[in-house]
Design a protein around this ligand. Structure first.
Ligand SMILES: [Zn+2]
Length: 192
């Protein structure tokens, strides 16, 4: 952090994790495409060979499906600590396995928490630096974050980014999933 930014206001926005994303996979029973994690991992031993599956449930009919994590892997090829976590259905490893799936639906998995000041941001002459921190790697359209964080309409966000009042490190319609910082400057022409 630079110490030169003495006249700058900072704000922290946190993308809070509310839950795990849905796994997009077609159910063999009812053809529904959303599954949730059951929070369980199954480990099967066949001699020295192990199979490890993530167990998921269809959101409509509740049918359980298995997603292979390791197939016929030698017990010594697996990190012992991870094996213990698999056997204990450790929530951290379940989360990791769910996040590693290729097709995910992140709807409803996050909320934006801001510490925006309770004063009129439009009349503050100092630029505001906003640090956006992600608790989960949910891909979120930047425009959506700005709308939620500032309480602005889509067109107001577009005007602010077009005019350079909001300066982003990526395109406004890009999806962010990692921490980033942007600036919002004060209105130079109040009459505009
Ligand atoms: Zn189903």
């Amino acid at each position: 952090m630079s110490s030169i930014r003495h006249a700058e206001n900072k704000s922290l926005w946190v993308v809070r994790e509310l839950g795990l994303p849905a796994i997009v996979k077609t159910c063999v029973s009812c053809r529904f495409t959303r599954h949730h994690s059951t929070g369980k991992i199954r480990v099967n031993a066949n001699g020295k060979l192990l199979d490890v599956w993530l167990l998921i449930g269809c959101e409509r009919c509740d049918r359980t499906s298995k997603i292979p994590v390791h197939e016929r892997v030698h017990v010594q090829a697996l990190d012992h600590e991870r094996l213990v976590m698999f056997e204990n259905n450790d929530p951290a490893i379940v989360r990791e396995l769910v996040h590693a799936q290729r097709r995910l639906d992140w709807t409803g998995t996050w909320e934006l928490e801001t510490d925006m000041p309770f004063y009129d941001i439009e009349s503050d002459p100092h630029p505001l630096e906003v640090i956006v921190r992600f608790e989960l790697p949910a891909p979120i359209r930047v425009e959506k974050l700005l709308m939620a964080g500032f309480g602005l309409s889509r067109s107001a966000v577009k005007r602010s980014t077009d005019s350079g009042r909001i300066r982003l490190p990526m395109a406004v319609d890009a999806r962010a999933r990692e921490d980033f910082t942007f600036q919002r400057s004060y209105r130079r022409n109040p009459g505009r």
